[in-house]
Design a protein around this ligand. Structure first.
Ligand SMILES: Cc1ncc(COP(=O)(O)O)c(C=O)c1O
Length: 337
């Protein structure tokens, strides 16, 4: 069951069938990102990242920077939009050991130019880490074509799996120290962790029930088709975004162009605190959104919304046109006061 799940995920991410065991399971994208960052980086390394990162990547990097272990360059993302790949190329140094970026921002939905960044990393021979928490399952991902050496994903968002699942793909050329040490159910005699994957990174009893759920979810996604899922979600996102743009007092954030984003719409209603709007949407209209800083304060720094936060609608495969229209009506009523 574990092997089959790895194979299904490999299909979604275009991992070569020979490297399926290089997809290691983790409890979340956060654990996968910690495994990547803390397992790869050495004292004196330089890392390039972006101004849109979730704390799951941002905090491990800042911790290593504060400890004096790494130097960090943060590429600007004005107005919560994508980085300019040229900025990444210009930031490269002799000691650059990692370029790390979320595939898409969980605040503005902006898709980063992953193929271009991957190409820059290929030419400079620098490992490329992608946080696919917002794209796995809803956007085609190609670790081979995009030169992704490390791909972190979570099970419970676009992959439609249970909470407590996720993982990390580690390309064959990369050697990482494990984050966790312990029993692997294999090669029990040596004092050291096995050097083969996935065992090297899967110490302790694994989340069998969670992986079974992830397997069923991956089967559903492959049968439905990532492109079909994306098309439906983006058409609802376009409807929501266009409708919100017509409501007086509503401010929209992030890319307007559907090709440049994932199915997220971040907005504010006048100067009302985002948590208050979310509370009314939930209590009065039975509509659930996320409000506040969404664990990504850097993104709010670039949007100028550190105080107010934003109201974020996340559209999923099972949402309908009627639900989008109900959300628009609710926001209109809230904006009218
Ligand atoms: C871009 C991004 N990265 C990482 C994470 C963390 O995912 P997890 O909760 O699985 O650790 C999230 C969750 O919101 C996210 O949106």
């Amino acid at each position: 069951m574990f092997l089959e799940t790895r194979s299904l995920l490999g299909e979604l991410f275009n991992v070569s069938p020979d490297h399926i065991n290089r997809i290691v399971f983790a409890s979340s994208a956060t654990e996968a990102l910690n495994t990547a960052v803390r397992g790869l980086l050495k004292p004196g390394d330089h890392v390039i990242t972006t101004g849109l990162e979730h704390n799951a990547l941002w905090r491990p990097l800042k911790m290593l920077e504060r400890a004096g272990m790494i130097e960090l360059t943060v590429l600007p993302c004005p107005d919560g939009l994508a980085v300019d790949p040229e900025d990444a190329a210009n930031a490269l140094r002799e000691n650059t050991a990692l370029v790390a970026a979320a595939h898409a921002s969980n605040v503005t939905g902006a898709l980063q130019p992953i193929a271009a960044l991957g190409q820059i990393c290929r030419e400079a021979q620098v490992p490329f880490l992608v946080d696919a928490a917002q794209t796995a399952g809803i956007y085609p991902i190609d670790v081979e074509a995009w030169n992704i050496g490390l791909l972190a994903f979570t099970g419970h968002k676009g992959l439609l799996g249970p909470q407590g699942t996720g993982g990390l793909y580690i390309a064959p050329e990369l050697v990482l120290e494990p984050l966790k040490y312990g029993g692997t159910g294999s090669a029990s005699l040596p004092d050291e962790m096995p050097d083969w994957l996935p065992d090297r990174f899967e110490a302790g009893t694994q989340n069998g029930p969670g992986i079974a759920g992830l397997k069923a979810a991956a089967e559903f996604i492959l049968a439905t088709g990532v492109e079909n899922i994306r098309r439906h979600e983006m058409s609802l996102t376009a409807r929501l975004q266009q409708g919100l743009a017509q409501i007086p007092g509503v401010t929209l954030y992030g890319p307007r162009d559907m090709a440049g984003k994932v199915p997220i719409v971040s907005c504010n209603v006048g100067a009302v605190d985002s948590e208050e709007v979310a509370y009314v949407l939930d209590e009065v209209y039975d509509i659930q959104v996320r409000a506040g800083l969404h664990c990504a304060p850097q993104a709010h720094r670039s949007l100028g919304t550190l105080d107010q936060g934003t109201v974020r609608f996340s559209i999923g495969h099972f949402n309908t046109v009627e639900q989008i229209d109900a959300a628009l009506q609710a926001v209109e009523e809230i904006a009218r006061g």
